[in-house]
Ligand binder design. Structure first.
Ligand code: G6P
Length: 479
């Protein structure tokens, strides 16, 4: 392949590899908006996706590929080739687990338990060096792989320093950075060491275009630029004047990939899961949630709200099941392991209080079963999406798309998705357990016609911004 004209960089790539029992290397296409979005780029354009090797199998597949570039291993990723970077294990752990997931993720989702954490000590500063090294490994791969004047779309908080690293060496490149998370307000962002905060902001401002999923996150970023860099912000045009350049800040909402979802949901494995779920739930009503085992998803407060519903409204006892599907996530981070245990405890507490020999109020499954999630979207009566903060949250959009009979959506005001779905969802303050319990009652009691009408409007809003368009918008913003 010649040097690429379009490049994407993200920590997690569009394919992952595993080694089968017989020693064979198998590949799996990843999910998410970016993978669907890339399919909109034509096969004629040379496209390169740079990501990190995340497992031994990834490393094996990457080292076997000529010039370190994998073909798409049989998966439809538009015209993209994939390059997986084999980053030294210690550098990767410090950059990904410690800086990206235990620090930046916590800041942007406002998750710190501040009496004890964070504490930016010598250990953190060493980890920060590795975050720089990890960013620089990505920058090198992008520099090597890009044609003159190429467009580079850098994704997320893992890679905040890359745009500036590229700009310094290749002013011909057109660079975008896109955040899939919220952005912290200055009052929270300021807890980062000053030098680190400035380096992150300046790193991103190396781009021509800095994108967010919601105006709320874009405005918080602009406020941070004003506060910590004394940069000049034009609020009307959402531009930042900094270092002699004008950087555009854009809002690109992301919707559900309706066609892709419907096609996947029509497969036999989904039908099998659907039948099994029907049997499990019987003729009870179904309150569903689907998340990663992620602190920001607020799973335990959701369960507490379900408990409060059963306590206050005895009429629902025995008549409703709360299914919680939680995908294991970031198990190398201690806080995530502890959180998963607290979610299990929250489920057990409700079951101990209200369970009977023939009714388990909360069924919590901590494992990875995508077809089962799709099947559960089809039959749920109520979908609970109550994150503390969330860049967008696609579960809130995908659930209504696959719903067969209309689902009532209980949605946190703090999810980016509330911007698009707010008028037909039942909005809740994610910290307010009693309000969430009341919304669950309202959702369960909602008349079927009303639910279907709302669902139709939710679907309309959910599919208005297909991933293909979202991705092309990022590229178009680069001119
Ligand atoms: C969020 C982030 C993504 C990340 C995903 C899964 O959506 O914005 O960048 O890939 O979570 O997290 P993981 O750490 O497993 O990649």
């Amino acid at each position: 392949m010649d040097k690429a004209q379009i490049l994407v960089a993200s920590n997690r790539g569009p394919v992952s590899f595993s080694i089968g029992d017989d020693g064979s290397v198998n590949s799996r296409r990843g999910g998410g908006g970016l993978v669907s979005g890339l399919s909109s780029v034509t096969a004629e354009t040379d496209t390169l996706w740079v990501c990190a090797a995340l497992s031994d199998a990834d490393r094996e597949a990457a080292s076997a590929a000529p010039e370190g570039r994998l073909d798409k291993a049989g998966h439809d990723l538009g015209g993209a080739l994939v390059r997986m970077l084999d980053i030294p294990a210690g550098t990767f752990a410090n950059a990904y687990n410690s800086v990206a997931n235990s620090t930046l993720w916590f800041v942007h989702h406002m998750l710190y338990d501040t009496p004890n954490k964070p504490a930016f000590d010598a250990g953190f500063h060493a980890e920060w060096e590795d975050y720089r090294a990890y960013n620089s490994a990505f920058a090198e791969a992008l520099l090597t792989g890009s044609a003159e004047g190429a467009k580079v779309a850098v994704q997320d908080y893992h890679l905040a320093l890359v745009p500036r690293m590229l700009r310094g060496r290749r002013p011909d490149l057109r660079i975008a950075h896109f955040s899939h998370t919220p952005w912290a307000p200055p009052e929270y962002f300021r807890m980062l060491p000053g030098r680190v905060g400035r380096e992150l902001l300046e790193g991103m401002l190396g781009a021509d275009h800095v994108g967010f999923l919601s105006t709320r996150w874009a405005d918080a970023f602009l406020r941070c630029c004003e506060t910590f860099l004394r940069a000049e912000v034009n609020w009307e045009n959402r531009t930042v004047d900094y270092g002699g350049r004008v950087i555009q800040v854009g809002v690109h909402g992301l919707g559900a990939d309706a066609d892709g979802l419907r096609e996947r949901a029509s497969a036999e494995d989904v039908a099998q899961r659907r039948a099994a779920l029907r049997e499990l739930v019987g003729d009870r009503r179904l309150v569903l949630r689907v998340d990663r085992t992620e602190l920001s998803k607020n799973i335990a407060r959701g369960m507490a709200a379900f408990g409060e519903l059963l306590r206050d409204r005895p009429e629902w006892r025995g008549r409703v099941t709360h299914l919680a599907f939680a995908y294991p996530s970031r198990g190398d981070v201690a806080e995530y392991r502890a959180y998963t245990e607290s979610v299990r405890a929250a489920a057990e507490a409700v079951n101990a209080e209200f369970g009977t020999p023939d009714w388990t109020p909360v069924v919590l499954e901590v494992n990875d079963d995508y077809p089962r999630s799709l099947a559960s979207y089809q039959i749920a009566d109520v979908l609970l999406v109550n994150p503390i903060r969330d860049g967008m949250n696609l579960v809130a959009k995908e659930g209504p798309v696959l719903s067969e009979n209309g689902v009532a959506l209980v949605l946190s005001t703090e999810a980016g998705a509330a911007d698009d779905l707010g008028s037909d969802a039942l909005l809740v303050n994610p910290y307010d357990v009693s309000e969430t319990a009341a919304a669950l009652h309202e959702a369960l009691a909602m008349d079927g016609d009303e639910r279907r009408k709302r669902n139709d409007r939710l679907v309309e809003a959910a599919v208005a911004l297909p991933p293909q368009r979202w991705f092309l918008d990022q590229l178009r913003a680069l001119g």
